[in-house]
Design a protein around this ligand. Structure first.
Ligand code: ADP
Ligand code: G6P
Length: 355
């Protein structure tokens, strides 16, 4: 049998506000596919694209239609759809999905200008990450899977302070002001995309410490849509039941405030979902194997793969809590989804001859 199943590019959308952990997530994802993603060779050093054997990650900032000066003049932010070219985004993502290379613009984050384009060849997996992967209905329909990173305001603030104050010398007031200034457009154009996501990673302040406002200990929820083709939600102990689990004790070391897992069915924007939640943080990453062994449908290829991935990137932000854990699991689910799509396409011509 000649199997001429030309595999089309699988397209994944990752939406989040800037500074919310998209690049960290992408590093975990490309690692699951067995290779670090690098900037394209020989091109513009300010390219935002990351390429590995299996994946190409493009940043949707490259579809800004207005550069920094243009945005200032028109008084629109980068979050505003009017600053972005959705026609071109659609055309190019569609072309790649159909196996056609494109000349994608480059938004230069240093100069705030649009640079000459770079050639993007169709990869096995294309990830489009940025502010608006699910905003335009045409682009949304091209996505085989979509993820929204939902960082609560309290946590966003804590992360921004950590980065902009410690590393960039900004003042507390200016950080507060810049978050406030973005908020109306964020609420209008970015946040509503989460209703379309197949998986949402929600990051909230802990409930284990009363009145916590440090934003260091996190409660992270993985919200997984039911009925998505090639995606079977992860569960804890028993699929579809409601579980609350404190793994601390003889098998897992926990210091204050401990760790609490929850799992159960829920509704999200009118969809049926399963939610897996982890509040607290790990003291010892190697003991994560104990938690991993109680999770099902995590799409690992061998026992302990989640723990191995977490240990491998123990230096990435969020490795000791649910952000790292759930990003790793979503990475494995995407690998599984990809393999199922490839297998279904390979089987399709055979199915046709049977009929
Ligand atoms: P983005 O690509 O969305 O701009 P990054 O992955 O570069 O975001 O993360 C931006 C910053 O946010 C990091 O430098 C780090 O300070 C903080 N951060 C991101 N993810 C986490 C996390 N899971 N836990 C703690 N801090 C995080
Ligand atoms: C967001 C966008 C960036 C943009 C930045 C600042 O973070 O993702 O593309 O550069 O806002 O926008 P500004 O208009 O101040 O350059």
């Amino acid at each position: 049998i000649t199997c001429s199943a030309e595999t089309k590019t699988v397209v994944i959308g990752l939406a989040a506000d800037s500074g919310c952990g998209k690049s960290t997530f992408m590093r975990r994802l490309t690692s699951v596919f067995g290779g670090a993603a690098e900037p394209p060779k020989g091109g513009n050093p300010d390219s935002n694209t990351l390429i590995s054997d299996m994946t190409t990650v493009i940043c949707l900032d490259d579809y800004h239609s207005l550069d920094r000066t243009g945005r200032k003049e028109k008084g629109v932010t980068a979050l505003d759809p009017r600053a972005n070219d959705f026609d071109l985004m659609y055309e190019q993502v569609k072309a790649i999905k159909d196996g056609v290379a494109v000349e994608k613009p480059i938004y230069n984050h240093v100069t705030g200008l649009l640079d000459p384009p770079e050639l993007i060849k169709p990869p096995k997996i294309l990830v489009i990450e940025g502010l608006h992967p699910m905003y335009d209905g045409r682009v949304r329909d091209l996505l085989d899977f979509s993820i929204y990173l939902d960082i609560s305001n309290e946590v966003k603030f804590a992360w921004k302070i950590q980065r902009d104050m410690a590393e960039r010398g900004h003042s507390l007031e200016s950080i507060k002001a810049s978050i406030e200034a973005r908020k109306p457009d964020f609420d209008a154009y970015i946040d509503p995309q989460k209703q379309y996501a197949d998986a949402v990673i929600e990051v909230l302040p802990t409930q284990l410490i009363p009145d916590d406002n440090e934003g260091k200990v996190l409660r992270v929820r993985l919200i997984m849509k039911e009925g998505v083709k090639f995606f079977n939600p992860v569960y804890l102990f028993d699929e579809g039941s409601t579980i609350s689990w404190i793994p601390c004790g003889r098998k897992l070391t926990c210091s204050y405030p401990g760790i609490k897992f929850s799992y159960g069915p829920d509704a999200y924007f009118g969809h049926e979902v399963s939610v897996l939640e982890m509040d607290g943080q790990f003291d010892r990453l190697d003991e994560l194997i104990y938690v991993e062994s109680h999770l099902s449908n995590i799409s690992t290829k061998f026992y302990g793969e989640v723990t191995q991935q977490m240990l491998k990137h123990g230096d990435f932000p969020g490795s000791n809590n649910g952000t790292g854990l759930f990003q790793t699991i979503v990475g494995l689910k995407i690998r599984d989804l990809f393999e199922q799509i490839v297998a279904s396409k390979a089987a399709a011509p055979l199915e046709a001859t049977k009929a």
